[in-house]
Design a protein. Structure first.
Length: 115
């Protein structure tokens, strides 16, 4: 059974940084398309960043371009989201995903940006 477990969320001041991690339990992890989504209170879930399996391209939402970086370590079955220059608008529950025909979701990790 595939499981994705996020970690690294928390409370951070505006302008600060956080790195989210997501460890996946699956075979052939390197072939999966990976992504991070977020859902703020009262808003729909939205794509933050995604990267294709293998050496595919990465895509970012306009709101996070230049501030967030998605990466993967296939040797550790782990997805990362480095978040810099955080603002209160980045406050949300962040979810990682892995997709190879079927999309799997993590349970989510809360990120709160507040002074």
């Amino acid at each position: 059974q595939v499981q994705l477990v996020e970690s690294g969320g928390g409370l951070v001041q505006p302008g600060g940084s956080l790195r989210l991690s997501c460890t996946a339990s699956m075979h052939l992890f390197s072939f999966y398309d990976l992504g991070w989504y977020r859902q703020a209170p009262g808003k729909q879930r939205e794509l933050v960043a995604e990267m294709s399996g293998g050496v595919g391209p990465t895509t970012y939402a306009d709101a996070v371009k230049g501030r967030f970086t998605i990466s993967r370590d296939n040797s550790k079955n782990t997805i990362y989201l480095q978040m810099n220059s955080l603002t209160p608008e980045d406050t949300a529950v962040y979810y990682c995903t892995a997709d190879q025909g079927t999309r799997y979701w993590g349970q989510g990790t809360q990120v709160t940006v507040s002074s």
